[in-house]
Ligand binder design. Sequence first.
Ligand code: HEC
Ligand code: HEC
Length: 444
Amino acid sequence: MPTSKWFARSAATAATLLAVIITTGATSPAASLSDKLPGDTTRGRQVYERYCTQCHGPRGDGQGEVAAWTTPKPRDFRLGLFKFRSTPRGTLPSTADLDHTIRNGLYGTLMPPFYALNERARQDVISYVEKFSPRWRLEQPGTPVVVTDEPSATVESITRGRELFATNCASCHGDGTGNGPAAEGMVDMWRNPLWPANLTAGRTKSARTARDIYLRAATGLDGTPMPGFAGTLRPEGLWAIAHYIQALGPWEGSTRTLREFAAQLPPALPAASADTAAAPDTTTKTPVAVKVDSVVKVDTATKFVKTAAAVPVTRTADSAATGAAKPAATRARATIVVRMLGDAKGYRFEPASISARVGDVVRFVNVSGGPHSVAFLADGIPAGAAATLQKNMGKTMGPLSGALVTAPNAAYLVSLAGLPEGTYSYSCLPHQAMKMVGRIIVRP
Ligand code: HEC
Ligand code: HEC
C-alpha cells in the first residue's frame, strides 16, 4: 500500500508532468485517428521518450522511474494487453481506442490526458508503442463489437438492469461499490493488486457515459479478471445494465428521477449466491469470469476437436523417405499434455520441450498465471509447415498465434497431423518477455 507520503510525491510528479505537457505548444484536440495511416516510429520514439518514458519505461516494460510508487502500475506494453477497447476480449485494440486513452488519460490513475499532443504526434507515438509487443506484428486489431442505438432509460429498464447486474456483475462489483465476494485478494495478470471499480462514483478510469459502460461490459478488461459479456448478454441487456449503473451515481446523462428510483431499490447482491455459496473456497480465485470464459473455451475446443479428427492421419513424404517402418495408421494418436504455468518459480511451459509424432495432439492446459497462449515463431518452424500448422491450431488471434487461454484448466489444442518433421518453437505471447517458450520436436 502506498503511504500518504508516496501518494503526495506521485501526485506532485503528475502535476509537474502535466505542467510540462500543457506548456509545450498545445494544439486543438483533433478528431479520432483512423486505423489506416501508420505513424512514423522514429518521430513516435521522440514523443514517447519525452512524454511516456518516465512511467512506461524506455523499453515499454512499465518500469519507468515513476512506477515504483504508484498503483495502478503503468502498463507493460510488451504483453500487448489493453483494458479499454472497443474490440472483443483478448483481441488488440483499434488505433481509435488507444487514441482515446491517450487523449483523455485514465481518470483516477497517473495516466494523464495528453491534450497537448496533436494528431500526428499521437499517431506516431501509437505506432511506436505498438513496436513493444510482437502481437502487433502477428495480429490485426479485433473487429469492434456492435453498439446498438441507445434506448432511453426507463424505470422498467433499470429494474431489469438491476437483475442482470446481480447475476453478472455483483460477484465482483457487489452493491456497485466494488465490494463483491470475488473482489477480495484480486490481482491483475501482472500480479498487482486490483479492485473492481466503484460504479457509484459516476466516473471510472475510462467511462463517463452509458455507452462507455456498455463497451466496457461488452468487451471486458484484458489483463484483469473482468470478462466480456458480448457473447452472453444481448444488446438490450447490456443497455439495461448500463442504465442501472448510470442511475447509481452522477454519470454523464443520468437524471435525478432515475437516480432516486434506483436508490430505493434493494442493492443488487450476487444472484442467490448460486456460484459463490456453492463453493466458498473458490470465490476469490475463480470468479464468474471463469464460468463465462470456459463456456467460450469449451466451444472452441469442441469445434476444434472435430476439425482435428477430420484431418486424415497420413504419412508424409518425409517419413517415407526416411524409411519409418511403422505405418502411422496402425498407431493410436497420442495426446501429449503441456502445462502452462505462472507462479513464484516464473512463467513456463512444462515440459518445455516435448518429442511427438506426426498425428499426435498437443493439449496445452492453463494451470496458473494465465492468460497464456501458444504462438509459433514464424522463423522457428520447418519450411513449408505454416499453412498446415495454422489449420491444425484451435482458434487463433493471428498467423500461427493461438487465442488467449484465460480460464483455469481450460485447454488449447494443436494437432500435429500432416506436419513435416522438425522442431517447432513457440512462445506464450503475454509472457514472451518473461521467456515463456517451448518447443515440439516432431518425428515421423
Ligand atoms: C505519469 C505516468 C504516466 C505517463 C506519463 C504516461 N502513462 Fe500511460 N499509463 C499510466 C498508468 C498508471 C497506466 C495504467 C492504468 C491502469 O492500468 O489502470 C497507463 C496505461 C496506458 C495505456 C493502456 C490503456 C489500456 O487500454 O489498457 C496506454 C495505451 C498508455 N498508458 C499510453 C501512454 C502514452 C502513449 C504515453 C505518453 C504519450 C503515456 N501513456 C504516458 C501512466 C502514465
Ligand atoms: C470477475 C470480476 C468482475 C466481474 C464479473 C465484472 N467486473 Fe467490472 N470490473 C472488474 C474489475 C477488477 C475492474 C477494475 C479494472 C481496473 O481498474 O483495471 C472492473 C471495472 C469495471 C468498470 C470500469 C472500467 C473503467 O473505465 O475503469 C465498469 C464500467 C465495469 N467493470 C462494469 C461491469 C459490468 C457492467 C459487469 C457485469 C456485466 C462487470 N463489470 C462484471 C471486475 C469484474
